[in-house]
Write a protein that binds this ligand. Structure first.
Ligand code: HEC
Length: 113
């Protein structure tokens, strides 16, 4: 009897351990998905809302279609597109608040590729 109840308890602890593992894996994969990246999130916005001006021909040093340039200037992008909201000028390209927030998240997540 004593033996048996010990077995049951061990099994219960195993199950709790499994649940914890599953929970942790879920949490990690959610976190991985939540990270805002250049190619997945920021680049489409740069293409649709910025590239009429910020392209390799017109502004080679502010060409947001180039990851390295955008990453290097990400703090200024945060300032102009999220804090000051003076980019795009007069919002001529119709950027949405949600897109501004995505750019902010991209910078805050470390401007990852
Ligand atoms: C209609 C043209 C136009 C559009 C569209 C536009 N910009 Fe600009 N942007 C400019 C010009 C011109 C400058 C340089 C003068 C200035 O700094 O105000 C500039 C400068 C900037 C700077 C400063 C860079 C530096 O090195 O000082 C940032 C950051 C910026 N833009 C971000 C953006 C972002 C992000 C978008 C899209 C969401 C965008 N701009 C859309 C014309 C534009």
């Amino acid at each position: 009897m004593v033996q048996n109840s010990k077995k049951v308890r061990n099994k219960k602890e195993d199950l709790q351990g499994n649940n914890l593992m599953i929970f942790l894996i879920l949490l990690i994969s959610l976190k991985a998905q939540a990270i805002t990246t250049y190619e997945k999130d920021a680049l489409p916005i740069f293409k649709n809302r910025c590239s009429m001006c910020h392209n390799s021909a017109m502004m080679p040093d502010k060409n947001w279609l180039d990851y390295d340039i955008a990453k290097n200037k990400s703090d200024i992008i945060l300032k102009r597109a999220w804090i000051n909201k003076d980019m795009p000028p007069g919002n001529s390209t119709g950027i949405t608040d949600q897109e501004r927030e995505t750019l902010k998240n991209w910078v805050n997540d470390g401007a990852q590729k």
